[in-house]
Design a protein around this ligand. Structure first.
Ligand code: TRP
Ligand code: ZN
Length: 896
């Protein structure tokens, strides 16, 4: 059927390079169509490496000239194969000069140097630098960079690169230049330049040691009023890293630059972070509370990379979780601390739980399915065909869970000591995940060899728990066992080191003191058991009555807990579990059970009925005014469809959608009075401020509105309409529009049209408009199908196939966020998917690959859907000119 496989890179094949780069001096003659890049490198022979040639990587480059110590190398000394140039050289120090020409405008892949609107931007992680010049483009080559940028002053008034500005000035013919020097050696993936008409919001701050630093947020003219929150977030991040880890900003200047076309969230280039506009720009009229949170956490994430990623970097790309897992963990802790600080002491625990819940929701919706499908890989993969495909939920989110487990096992102080040791040993180095875990072990005098299995084993472990109460002696024996299902290429699994946080709840709903057999005292509250074998039992003694176990509190390990609980127990924990995370989780489990049962009824052609007991448990929470609204909004929100599909065997998206619609309508209808009164009481008075307390009220209020419009109760449409028309901030605006869109409200179309007109010039708001429609459920036969709607929206000026945010909003929203409409039984959604993946792949393989992944778990669907998906997947795979990105996905999915 088709051509060759992309070559597979193996982790075990890592070798040091014979030559590395000490200093590099780059000179860019910037031009939107033809930029000339001159690179002068001082290359040093690495005495620790085997003798060999100078190895350079290049991709999509026009080579103008290449000299070694001033001379053109003889042709017989050069070996070239796709993307690699190996040159026989001699000597310990050699000077290499390479001149290349590149076309930023033609670079639609947005990797390397590319044009976005009126500016030029770079994205070099992971292997974009080789699209700028021939270079030993690997993270273990750390060089000192000097960069001169030269271009037309009118077109590119601002010229930025990493480090410090050391010189700038005018040149003849309306041109100008700027020269930047980065004092820190860095791998090429952290190089960046920006040349664009931009303006900066500036702030001067002092670091903890008293150094003054200049902070800048660079945006397009007219957007300065949206840069403040990013700046505040940056200052909060600086303070947090100083206080929590003793880590200070090491540069005199720290810049954040906004790009409108960007494949990912943001990039941590040394001293010059480049951000997707979505994660910088925020003002009350255009950004929701959710957007504000996103800005805060992404700004923090990139800032934290300065130590975990940049000062200490990865030896090779297999170690990606070394920087990403750790940095995600750090940004999650930062966000939790910010929420806790805003909530004050009394509300801190619940505020932290809100953060934890949103992280776990993300993990279950994205990482669990990944771990159960053809792309399953350990947080440190053993092989890849295309590294861009491994910026995954596993490497990031599960990687963060692995770091969190270390934090749980070692305690806050022990973890900090390990971090201190890590920086004292490895600052300025490119290292491995083993190096990190060894520091944690050494600093704490513990053995983490068994723990290392988390780095090598793919798949979500199942944790089985069984409790047995012996009324005669008041003991409770908890037996824990673990089992990880096989994953592609890894059939056999070893037991892992799993921290299991446990509480036992008494009949009065209060936690019982815990005393394990052999211990002298009982301890109150949660305690962490360590499971290190396939099975182990823990015997708790001195219990007055049979307890209800609350296991895996705070989600202490990234596993699926298999514990048989009847509905009465779930309702009991939903009402009483003292661990707010587990209380939420009890509600989720109960909902999951109800929804999947109803979907089964629907698929079997029977009538769906919401169990009364569930309704009671739900209502008890809805009216509980002691609960923090932000927390309650999480408790009352249904589990994500992505997660439910992963739990449904076989996955039947249409039946699931029917069950969800039915449940929302039922609950909304049965509790209309309660929803209404909570809606009225939760109104936030006064002008908008981004504050977690206000945001929580708005979130719960919008959720109440959604239940009401879904159920078409009394004045719900009027309320939504009124909120839509009178809201002065985007959170309320958007919430109302969503409630109208997710219903049969007569005002739905008019509201969408009004929103479209009002925000015609605002790309980020139009993305919300696209996403709302792409993810809309079909609440009545008279509404257009999702596919019809998405096809029509592709013709709207608000959409463009070349802008990743728009693709993610509309196509991503449909493929991933709207399974009920996408997985039609006539397969038309899949044919559309294949067309779009193929079209996107020709422009931007990274974006195409993300869309392709929407169907990788095709084998979990009903047989009829599977056959339809497979045919379209094969059609994609049969394309001759597929990128390595998409090829790897479809081949792995098809099992070739
Ligand atoms: N290192 C970036 C981050 O996590 C991720 C990233 C940004 C990226 N742009 C990319 C990864 C392009 C691959 C390709 O913060
Ligand atoms: Zn990152």
């Amino acid at each position: 059927m088709r051509t060759e496989h992309a070559p597979t890179i193996q982790r075990a094949d890592y070798r040091l390079l014979s030559y590395t780069v000490d200093t590099v001096d780059l000179h860019f003659r910037l031009d939107a169509e033809a930029t000339e890049v001159r690179s002068r490198m001082l290359c040093l022979r690495n005495p620790e490496a085997a003798a060999g040639p100078l190895v350079l990587y290049g991709d999509a480059l026009e080579l103008v000239s290449l000299t070694i110590d001033g001379r053109e190398p003889a042709p017989e000394t050069i070996r070239r194969s796709s993307g690699v140039m190996a040159i026989e050289v001699s000597g310990d120090r050699i000077e290499v000069e390479v001149v290349t020409r590149i076309n930023p405008t033609a670079n639609t892949a947005l990797s390397g140097l590319y044009r976005s609107r009126d500016g030029l931007f770079t994205q070099c992680e992971a292997e974009g630098f080789r699209r700028i010049t021939w270079f030993p483009d690997r993270p273990d080559v750390m060089a000192r960079f000097t960069v001169t940028l030269e271009g037309e002053r009118a077109a590119y008034p601002v010229l930025l690169s990493n480090g410090n500005l050391i010189e700038a000035g005018s040149l003849p013919d309306g041109r100008h230049f700027a020269r930047w020097e980065d004092p820190f050696p860095k791998p090429s993936y952290l190089f960046a330049l920006v040349a664009a008409p931009l303006v900066a919001l500036e702030r001067r701050e002092r670091t903890s040691s008293g150094r003054e630093v200049l902070l800048q947020v660079w945006v397009e003219e007219g957007n300065l009023d949206r840069a403040g929150h990013a700046m505040d977030s940056l200052v909060h991040s600086m303070r947090w890293d100083e206080e929590t880890f003793g880590l200070e900003l090491d540069l005199d200047r720290y810049m954040i630059v906004v790009a409108s076309d960007f494949n990912m969230g943001a990039m941590e280039n040394k001293g010059l972070n480049i951000f997707n506009a979505k994660y910088v720009l925020a003002k009350p009229e255009t950004a929701t509370d959710f957007d504000y949170e996103g800005v805060e956490s992404v700004v923090a994430h990139e800032y934290f990379h300065n130590w975990t990623g940049n000062r200490v970097t990865c030896r090779d790309w297999f170690q990606l979780t070394l920087k990403e897992g750790l940095t995600v963990f750090r940004d999650q802790q930062f966000s939790a601390d910010m929420l806790a600080a805003a909530a004050g002491e009394a509300g801190a625990e619940s505020a932290r739980a809100v953060q934890r819940i949103s992280n776990v929701r993300g993990l279950r919706a994205a990482q669990f399915p990944e771990d159960a499908g053809p792309m399953a890989h350990p947080i440190r993969p053993d092989s890849y065909q295309e590294i861009n495909n491994f910026y995954t939920a596993t490497v990031y989110e599960k990687g963060a869970e692995v770091i969190r487990m270390l934090h749980t096992l070692l305690g806050r102080e022990g973890f900090r000591n390990g971090m201190d040791l890590y920086f004292s040993y490895h600052d300025g180095q490119a290292v491995t995940c083993d190096d990190f875990v060894e520091c944690m072990a050494e600093a704490n005098g513990v053995d983490l060899d068994l723990f290392m299995r988390w780095y090598g084993q793919a798949g979500t472990p199942r944790l089985r728990a069984e409790g047995r109460f012996d009324a005669a002696d008041g003991s409770y024996t908890l037996t824990l066992s673990q089992h990880t299902p096989g994953t592609p290429g890894q059939a056999d699994k070893q037991p892992l080191h799993i921290p299991v946080a446990v509480g036992l709840i008494g009949p009065d709903g209060k936690d019982l003191p815990l005393q394990i057999e052999g211990e002298h005292h009982a301890q109150l509250g949660t305690r962490v058991l360590e499971l290190k074998t396939a099975e182990a039992s823990f015997r708790f003694v001195g219990l007055p009555a049979e307890p209800v176990p609350s296991l895996l509190r705070g989600f202490s390990a990234p596993v699926i807990l298999e514990l048989e609980e009847d509905e009465a127990r779930l309702a009991f924990r939903m009402a009483h579990d003292s661990d707010p995370f587990n209380r939420w989780d009890a509600a989720q489990r109960y909902m999951e059970r109800v929804i999947l049962a109803q979907a089964g009824e629907h698929a079997a052609g029977r009538k769906m009925v919401t169990p009364q007991a569930f309704g009671h448990a739900f209502r008890a929470l809805l009216v509980d005014e002691r609960l923090d609204p932000a927390y309650l909004a999480e408790v009352l929100a249904l589990p994500s469809e992505a997660y439910l599909l992963d739990r449904m065997k076989p996955a039947d998206p249409a039946a699931l959608r029917a069950a969800l619609i039915h449940l929302m309508r039922d609950l909304g209808h049965a509790m209309q009075g309660d929803f209404l009164s909570r809606y009225a009481d939760l109104e936030v008075p006064g002008p908008y401020r981004y504050h977690p307390a206000d945001a929580g009220r708005r979130a719960l209020r919008n959720l109440c509105l959604r239940y009401m419009t879904a159920a078409e109760v009394g004045i719900a449409f009027e309320l939504a309409q009124r909120q839509f028309e009178h809201a002065e901030n985007m959170t309320e605006r958007h919430g109302a529009l969503q409630a109208l869109t997710q219903s049969v409200a007569p005002g739905r179309e008019t509201a969408l049209a009004a929103f479209r007109t009002e925000f015609a010039g605002d790309a980020l708001v139009l993305d919300k408009w696209l996403a709302l429609q792409a993810t809309a459920w079909r609440w009545s036969e008279t509404q257009p199908s999702g596919l019809e709607l998405v096809r029509a929206l592709m013709q709207d000026e608000a959409f463009s196939l070349s802008n990743p945010n728009k693709v993610y909003a509309l196509l991503g929203g449909f493929f991933r966020g709207n399974p009920g409409e996408f997985h039609r039984d006539d397969g038309a959604g899949y044919a559309f998917w294949a067309d779009q993946v193929i079209a996107l792949d020709a422009r931007n393989p990274q974006v195409a690959s993300r869309m392709a992944r929407a169907l990788e778990n095709w084998q979990r669907y009903t047989p009829a859907l599977q056959a339809l998906i497979k045919a379209e997947m094969q059609r994609v795979a049969a394309c001759e000119a597929l990128s390595s990105d998409v090829r790897e996905i479809v081949e792995k999915a098809l099992g070739d």
